[in-house]
Design a protein around this ligand. Structure first.
Ligand SMILES: *Cc1c(COP(=O)(O)O)cnc(C)c1O
Length: 375
């Protein structure tokens, strides 16, 4: 039974910590202990906690106007969309509240594009083994993991799972689109091979290429614009600066003409306060070229972890150590040493630290990991 002390459905394990504050790269628990957060709320707090520019932008927008719906426009929403468009190849933006809603919007856009073109043979959307695209019915259909799908059938039709290293070969005339996380996050920080071959096969068969950059995007992978360029992409997590925000960006010009007024929508999507946070986040990333820091310190982190003898995968500041045994005890021991991480499957420890990480902090993370390996 729910109670005042446990008023939740049991979707999550009982959290080990109650966090009361965050400042920079650290969070403080209810006993006053501080931790270096190498998980950033699952790849969300890319600039750390309470970043002065982000907090000031949120406070200012909150005091101006916090919600209008899409019946009206608010300058900061347009400004963030403009900045995203400039950054991502002149794309056209649709804002959502979350990552999975951005993916949902992308799939709807691809389907509507085929409908408008009378391409009724293009029914199939390919997703990759090891992918994670969210937890709605469409999200779990696109996430080929038994534990996430079991008990929820029937799933959404028209989605086919293909092997990660055979994507290009599976694309055919019936393929409407291919959805790829350039670096698979929940799947264990696995870079997807042969993006160029996938791009070429999409072009050969008139299929659309979509990148889910919700976890690896905005520079975390070590580059800002992932090549080759997709036809459409989704962002969330880091873009909101800690507030809920997602974006679907239609890059291919023809895709920008597909949705007409009334074809899709969201009451809260593009909330002005979230967009103010997002604009501050993106401006700081661009001004400081933080993807370069992600590449540099990601290499240091990967090398340091590898030196402990474990297998390491990832790109930039999106790194997983694979232990070959349950990783829970190691993560717990790291927490006791003041470093927070997140799992990658049962046997992985995932590192998603802030883009502004320092070399000293990398060494602290690696040292805590090395000391915890015997746990
Ligand atoms: C987190 C994540 C999602 C889902 O985002 P939500 O905001 O939880 O809906 C989708 N795709 C990827 C790659 C993610 O990491």
């Amino acid at each position: 039974m729910a109670s005042a002390t446990h008023p939740f459905l049991s979707t999550y394990k009982t959290p080990p910590l109650t966090l009361v504050r965050g400042e920079g790269h650290r969070v403080c628990d209810s006993d006053g202990r501080w931790y270096l957060d190498a998980a950033t709320g699952i790849a969300v707090q890319a600039l750390g906690y309470n970043h002065p520019r982000v907090t000031a932008a949120i406070q200012a927008q909150l005091a101006r106007i916090s919600h209008t719906s899409n019946l009206y426009t608010v300058p900061v929403v347009r400004e963030l969309a403009g900045l995203l468009s400039q950054t991502f190849d002149g794309g056209a933006v649709f804002f959502t509240n979350s990552g999975v809603e951005a993916n949902e919007a992308a799939v709807k856009l691809m389907r509507k594009a085929a409908f408008r073109q009378g391409a009724s043979h293009k029914t199939e959307i390919l997703v990759l083994e090891g992918a994670f695209h969210g937890r709605t019915m469409l999200g779990i259909t696109m996430t080929p993991k038994a534990a996430y799908q079991e008990g929820y059938h029937p799933l959404v039709p028209g989605i086919r799972v293909v092997a990660r290293d055979r994507v290009a070969e599976e694309i055919g005339p019936q393929t409407l689109g291919v959805v790829v996380e350039p670096v698979q996050g929940e799947g264990g920080c696995v870079p997807v091979p042969n993006l160029a071959g996938i791009r070429a096969a999409c072009d050969a068969h008139g299929a659309l290429l979509m990148y889910d950059e919700i976890q690896c995007g905005l520079g975390r992978k070590g580059v800002l614009r992932i090549l080759p360029r997709p036809d459409l992409m989704t962002l969330a997590k880091a873009i909101g600066g800690g507030l809920p925000l997602g974006a679907m960006i239609a890059i291919k010009p023809e895709l920008q003409e597909v949705f007409q007024p009334g074809d899709h929508g969201s009451t809260f999507g593009g909330n002005p306060v979230s967009c103010a946070a997002g604009k501050a986040v993106l401006e700081v990333i661009l001004e400081q070229r933080l993807w370069e820091n992600c590449a540099l310190l990601g290499a240091r982190l990967s090398a340091g972890l590898r030196e402990t003898g474990v297998s390491v995968t990832g790109a930039g500041l999106m790194v997983a150590a694979h232990l070959g045994r349950p990783s829970g005890p190691v993560m717990e021991a790291m927490r006791a040493r003041g470093v927070l991480t997140v799992g990658a499957g049962n046997e992985g420890v995932r590192f998603l630290p802030p883009f502004t990480l320092t070399a000293g902090e990398v060494d602290q993370i690696v040292e805590a990991f090395a000391q915890s390996l015997s746990a």
